[in-house]
Design a binder for this molecule. Structure first.
Ligand code: BGC
Length: 771
């Protein structure tokens, strides 16, 4: 209100001689002082939703104390473990008692939580946030990596990321993320720490199941599809959540495959291989990003100012929140030893570009003190806080921070979501071996189903709490559903994936001899909650064989003389050449999610024709580690291994089908200019008897280049479905940037000369000239 308005009010009172205001002159003066002295801006309020998000952020910032600002950078963990509280709705914090926690929220010292098990708890926390001075809502976060699996119960669980990558179908990735976001928002969550867009170059790493594998382009396309789906067209969409590209960068090539161990990578390899998926995530609009646990070339990623500021922010244009990984700021001093205490660590990470701390107290005090002492600038603090407030305003949380409990059950495990879980699982499965076309099984037979994962929730992978059995179709249940009437199915239960008693091995072998076929479901268990995990986060693999006693089990089954079909349930490649040679059928199911058993059975019985392809190369042994398809030309020119073939067991892009596809008429212009895109056409025909999917892979090779370039690199792909005898013509436009390389001066250039376009795993090739 302006002074002018005061004058009008005063004269109104005077003119109409309002009797109850005998001392109207006094009132006018008071009005003048209270209202008239105020600038127009001070009467605007951030609580007024009529203002733009930017205006509201600035209005709120002006009202905040330093403590309240730093509070917006503090993330706490909502639960110590999934089973600690008997009463599911009673809030339990990891770091604090409920009283301490509520007190901090009321004081505006907590911005966000992760792992809040129920929507009632989410609502309870939000209610406390309304008791704070500025009533800033909380962001509630989770690792919804392949479905809202960390939610207490009843969510839809899709295949792990490695399985999603195996589909080579970005629509699958898109809808998995879209439906996950719907389940998250319905239960009070607004932020997922997904997708993981790291490149894997060490098969021993326990977290491969959480990734899209080894190829930068596949990772970029899958990651970007998920980011767009999570975040929706804009945050005002009530089903949008914040996505998080993680972990930046190089956790997939740390020493010995150990999670969080140091990595050393050349600048060239970083730019050629490890950075592109993050650049594409930024281009897709990802709002948050998480640095990696590891150090890179001597600098811990949480203190990497050059990466977090110069590259991420200044070059790539990322303007969202950089959230630390689990206590990795403190580890700058306690583990990496680059500073001597946690206070210095907080300041170092903040200055390097980390905006939010996961998790707990400590950081709050360090940054508050540093700002007060001038060691951290308030301008930088404001910049970081702006990003958090922007998300909270844009998502409409100031207007509504609560879950509508009535709609939760309609959205969790919605029929559409469940159908998508089945669709994704079907498309993710890769057929690795099919000797004498043993698959699909036909007719009624006597079947033995065994193996530690045959009737087990391990099919759901990591980042999933125990879910009601009735929500899940295990492999055994799937086989019961799909086997023709009259099939005799026997289940020999093996309960412990790590230890299988010799007696069990003898008995199961004897049982196998009574059957026509054995289906053995083996692999790894990455689930963090069951207490019997064999791989996963912080559990890496010193061998790539099936874990524990499972090799003995497979050997005994093969020795029984009954044909064996092995179904692998795993996150990272299992490399066992003997098994590949000796079993009749080998199915890579990855961690196929809650409908996985159904999808596997449909493939075994031919209801669905397998079409997934490997998103990661399988080494032949653990000694073949660092086998990847996009290697440099010299890799095999001298070196050999004693007694074993040097090449990988199965290469990226490999996968069998029940049908066959024929390619013809590959068209690429003979000559293009160095600024042109490459237009490609190719015909594909299904020449087999089944309707099925083909993944058409398009690679490029720069025949002679001034610096070494990979023997081939993926530049596009399409998954298509063709019925028997159906054919189609596919067109691709390969963007010009894929012709480029980083020259000796690290400058991006397209070098004139001959290039080769390669379809599939060397199915067809054609050379063309770039002038
Ligand atoms: C993992 C992250 C995850 C975080 C929160 C960390 O240990 O590295 O990927 O987002 O925990 O659960």
């Amino acid at each position: 209100m302006h002074i002018g308005c005061c004058v009008i009010i005063c004269s109104f009172v005077e003119n109409y001689n309002i009797t109850f205001m005998k001392h109207y002159r006094f009132v006018c003066i008071a009005l003048f002082l209270i209202v008239g002295c105020s600038s127009p801006d001070t009467l605007k309020s951030y609580t007024d939703a009529a203002f733009s998000v930017n205006e509201r952020v600035e209005l709120l910032l002006k009202e905040m104390t330093i403590e309240e600002k730093v509070g917006q950078l503090c993330l706490y963990v909502g639960e110590p473990s999934c089973n600690t509280s008997n009463n599911k709705d009673e809030f339990v914090s990891y770091e604090l008692s409920i009283g301490e926690c509520a007190d901090l929220i009321r004081k505006g010292k907590i911005s966000s939580f992760l792992k809040v098990p129920t929507y009632n708890q989410a609502n309870a926390l939000q209610r406390i946030s309304e008791q704070s001075r500025l009533k800033i809502p909380l962001l509630i976060a989770t690792d919804a990596m392949h479905g809202h699996g960390m939610y207490a119960t009843g969510a839809t669980i899709y295949p792990s990321q490695i399985g999603i990558a195996s589909t080579f179908d970005t629509t699958i990735a898109y809808y998995v993320a879209r439906y996950t976001a719907r389940e998250m928002r319905a239960t009070g969550y607004q932020w997922t720490f997904s997708p993981n867009v790291e490149v894997v170059r060490d098969c021993r790493w326990g977290r491969i199941g959480e990734t899209f594998g080894e190829d930068p382009l596949l990772i970029s396309k899958m990651g970007s599809a998920m980011i767009r789906a999570y975040q929706g067209s804009d945050f005002s969409d009530s089903t949008a959540v914040l996505a998080c590209a993680k972990h930046f960068v190089a956790g997939g090539i740390a020493y010995n495959g150990l999670n969080g161990a140091p990595a050393d990578i050349s600048e060239r390899t970083l730019h050629e291989v490890f950075f592109p998926p993050f650049i594409d995530a930024v281009d897709a609009g990802v709002y948050t990003l998480m640095p990696a646990h590891n150090e890179l070339n001597g600098v811990p990623c949480h203190a990497h100012r050059e990466f977090l500021q110069s590259l991420l922010h200044d070059s790539w244009g990322f303007d969202g929140i950089v959230v630390s990984d689990w206590n990795d700021i403190e580890k700058l001093s306690s583990v990496h030893k680059i500073v001597s205490n946690a206070e210095q660590a907080s300041v170092l990470a903040f200055d390097a570009g980390v905006n939010m701390h996961m998790h707990g107290p400590g950081f709050f005090k360090h940054i508050t003190d540093a700002v007060k002492k001038g060691a951290v600038s308030e301008i930088d603090l404001d910049d970081a806080v702006r990003k958090v407030l922007n998300a909270k305003f844009a998502m409409g949380l100031f207007e509504n921070r609560y879950v509508d409990s009535g709609s939760v059950q309609n959205i969790l495990l919605h029929q559409k979501h469940r159908a998508q879980a089945l669709r994704a699982a079907r498309k993710s499965i890769v057929l690795l071996e099919n000797k004498d076309s043993i698959l699909p099984l036909t007719g009624k037979q006597k079947i033995l189903v065994t193996g530690p994962l045959a009737d087990h929730q391990g099919i759901m992978g990591d980042w999933v709490k125990y879910q009601p059995d009735s929500n899940i179709v295990t492999v055994l249940e799937g086989i019961h559903n799909e086997a023709p009437v009259g099939t005799d199915v026997t289940h020999y239960s093996i309960s412990d994936i790590k230890n299988i008693a010799d007696d069990d091995i003898l008995k199961v072998k004897a049982e196998a001899q009574k059957n026509d076929i054995v289906i053995a479901v083996i692999g790894d268990n990455s689930n963090r909650f069951g207490g019997n995990k064999t791989t996963g986060e912080n559990l890496d693999r010193a061998t790539l064989l099936p874990s524990g006693d499972q090799p003995k089990l497979v050997q005994a089954l093969v020795e029984s003389g009954t044909p064996v079909v092995v179904v692998l349930v795993n996150g990272g490649p299992i490399a066992w050449e003997w098994m590949s040679k000796n079993v009749e059928g080998l199915i890579e199911a990855w961690e196929p999610g809650m409908m996985g058993g159904q999808a596997i059975a449909e493939i075994i019985y031919g209801k669905y024709c397998p079409g997934g392809r490997l998103p990661i190369t399988f080494p032949r042994t653990v000694g073949h580690n660092q086998s990847f398809y996009n290697h440099k030309p010299s890799i095999y020119h001298r070196g050999h291994f004693f007694g074993v073939d040097v090449t990988p067991l199965y290469e990226f892009g490999y996968g069998l089908s029940y049908t066959s596809f024929e390619y013809s008429n590959l068209q690429v212009p003979d000559t293009i200019s160095s600024t042109d895109d490459v237009k490609v056409k190719v015909s594909v025909e299904n020449i087999g008897n089944y309707s099925g999917d083909e993944v058409v892979l398009v690679y490029l090779n720069d025949k002679v280049s001034s610096v070494t370039t990979p023997v081939k690199k993926l530049v596009d792909f399409k998954r298509i479905t063709l019925t028997a005898s159906q054919d189609t013509v596919l067109e691709f436009t390969i963007a010009n940037k894929y012709l480029s390389l980083l020259d000796i001066n690290m400058k991006k250039v397209v070098e004139p000369g001959n290039f080769e376009l390669i379809i599939g795993n060397d199915v067809m090739t054609k050379e063309f000239l770039v002038k």
